[in-house]
Design a protein around this ligand. Structure first.
Ligand code: AHR
Length: 573
């Protein structure tokens, strides 16, 4: 593995060995037992425990997010019906195809911070009559892409819509009416209304605007980042608004709507505790389905102002992955802070913004605010993050990567007629077999890696980890998750990330109480962690079938290449 590094690799190896020695001593007994059993040299072991189930992995943890920001909507998703760029009713065909290829379950829109200054009425009706408006991110929004275009995008992809409602600049009445516009059957009024359907009822307006059938939106974000761009509110102030927006809101369907409350900034558990306390003071709390969490990873840069998507050394590399792994802590800490009572309907976690967020420098162009390149390093972070969600399948119900195209941790980059998939796209595709499967506990026994920048100042900015430095000291030397197929109890999926820059990790893989009959694997790896796809080289990084030995005595011996993501399909007997 080559590295454009200001830190010699030898230094990171020495650091690694020091860390390994310390961490390995704690694991020595168990590890040496496994080594003695397995015969050939191994660096690590993985044991899957099929009897120890965690929960069904919600397919919605592989969800997406698009915002009116930079080149996400205009150019990324929406090219317009008259465009020479291949499109379906104005939506970029390549975007639709890629989202279908990863079976995108849910698409969140219109923001982000944009949502709290957006009036949904600006984006309905004949397109040529819609007024342009100044919008949150400093761009003029033509409003060509609105509610109907978004719903058409969801239909083309096969995704469910997830709308973020404006809580900061529109009153609750507009929220009620947005729900009515989206969900009321044409010509009908809510069942609790005594009035006769009016010709200007919102469902009739929707039909006149081209969609007689209701959109049936069941997932609603009630505001966005209300502690910041969504209004600078305290948890108590937000709780009162949440109740006012969601109480007695008709769903127009047989099931209640899934309302998602604005959660914390990163690891701010104080917000969560106070919000739940304030919400639960009122017995009418049944409206709360999920708590939104936003957690972005910014490394603690050794040399670049806010970390750089392409220029990083080995220290930056390990630091970013270590800080990304904190997602596990963010999930468990907020779960505890929510204080879900056993036996009561559980409020789920909705991690509706996550990803690695770097400083300026790799934008596609001046109007592509927050677009950034995406390397193998980001692919590893994607694997680490999805594995965390899978290991916490009992807690995380929905997660939306930020953002699907042309922004932060993207799966796609597009500029006019140019388009490429990123390494992150490939990881999403490699993790497909986990959807709807039963997550099971899996033990990874391997020395940890010391974070060389553990003591560096914590990056300033929203949505990142600001807790104890102890949490950013070490990175798991190998991590992953396993699940049992929903249709075949003898079929397991195992995903594994090897974050070592320069060390292949030879690993014993075993199943407690069962034997591996056969194995096949796919791997995403590259010669250099800086490798990425761009418009000139859209296929520079792509997955390949992995060479894996067939099992012996029911176990598998496999060597994970440095800086790789691997998916196994294991059949048992
Ligand atoms: O994803 C970019 C921005 O990050 C979103 O608009 C906001 O919610 C978050 O701070």
């Amino acid at each position: 593995m080559t590295l454009k590094s200001t830190t010699p690799i030898a230094t990171s190896r020495r650091t690694f060995l020091k860390a390994s020695t310390l961490a390995a001593s704690a694991l020595a007994l168990r590890h040496s037992t496994l080594l003695a059993q397995s015969g050939p040299h191994t660096d690590a072991s993985i044991e899957i425990l099929p009897a120890e189930t965690i929960g069904t992995i919600s397919p919605e943890i592989y969800s997406h997010f698009i915002e009116h920001l930079g080149g996400v909507i205009y150019d990324g998703v929406w090219v317009g019906e008259g465009s020479k760029i291949p499109n379906q009713h104005g939506i970029r065909t390549a975007f639709i195809d890629a989202m279908r290829a990863v079976q995108a379950p849910v698409l969140r829109w219109p923001g982000g911070c944009f949502a709290d200054s957006y009036d949904w009425r600006d984006g309905i009706g004949p397109r040529d009559k819609r007024a342009a408006r100044a919008a949150f991110w400093g761009q003029q929004d033509s409003n060509e892409y609105g509610l109907h275009e978004f719903m058409r995008t969801c239909r083309a992809i096969g995704a469910k819509p997830y709308l973020a409602a404006n809580l900061r600049t529109l009153p609750a009445r507009d929220f009620y009416q947005e729900i009515e516009y989206c969900n009321a059957p044409a010509g009908n009024l809510p069942s609790n209304s005594a009035a006769k359907p009016a010709p200007d009822a919102l469902a009739a307006q929707r039909a006149a605007n081209g969609d007689p059938e209701p959109f049936n939106v069941d997932l609603w974000g009630v505001g966005n980042e209300s502690w910041g761009c969504g209004g600078n509110l305290t948890p108590e102030e937000y709780a009162a608004m949440f109740r006012r927006f969601t109480a007695w809101t008709p769903s127009y369907g047989k099931d209640p709507l899934r309302f998602v409350a604005v959660g914390p900034n990163g690891d701010d558990t104080d917000w969560t505790r106070r919000l739940f306390h304030a919400l639960y003071q009122n017995p009418e709390r049944r409206h709360l389905w999920g708590l939104s969490i936003h957690y972005y990873t910014s490394g603690s840069p050794s040399q670049f102002a806010a970390g750089d998507a392409l220029n990083f050394n080995s220290d930056d590399f390990y630091d970013l992955l270590t800080r990304g792994s904190i997602m596990e802590r963010v999930v468990t800490d907020h779960w505890t802070a929510m204080g879900n009572t056993p036996g009561q309907p559980q409020v789920k976690l909705v991690v509706d913004e996550w990803g690695a967020w770097y400083g300026k420098g790799t934008e596609l162009g001046p109007n592509y605010n927050l677009s950034q390149q995406s390397t193998m390093r980001d692919a590893l972070l994607t694997g680490i993050t999805l594995d965390i969600f899978q290991r916490h399948a009992d807690k995380v119900a929905v997660a939306n990567v930020a953002q699907s195209i042309n922004c932060i941790h993207s799966l796609m980059l597009a500029q006019e007629d140019k388009f490429t998939l990123t390494p992150t796209f490939h990881v999403f595709q490699m993790y497909l077999p986990h959807r709807g499967a039963q997550a099971v506990r899996t033990e990874f026994t391997t020395p940890t890696i010391e974070n060389p920048l553990a003591n560096a100042p914590i990056p300033v900015g929203g949505n990142s980890y600001t807790g104890s430095l102890d949490a950013v000291k070490t990175l798991a030397g190998l991590s992953g998750s396993a699940s049992i197929s929903p249709t075949n109890p003898k079929l397991l999926t195992l995903t594994v990330v090897n974050p070592h820059l320069d060390r292949p990790i030879t690993t014993d893989i075993a199943i407690r109480g069962a034997s591996i009959a056969s194995a096949s694997a796919t791997v995403l790896a590259s010669n250099d962690v800086h490798d990425h796809n761009d418009f000139a080289h859209p296929n520079a990084v792509h997955p390949n079938p992995a060479t894996t030995a067939q099992p012996t005595a029911g176990k598998l011996l496999h060597t994970f290449p440095p800086a790789s993501v691997t998916t196994f399909q294991l059949t048992l007997f």
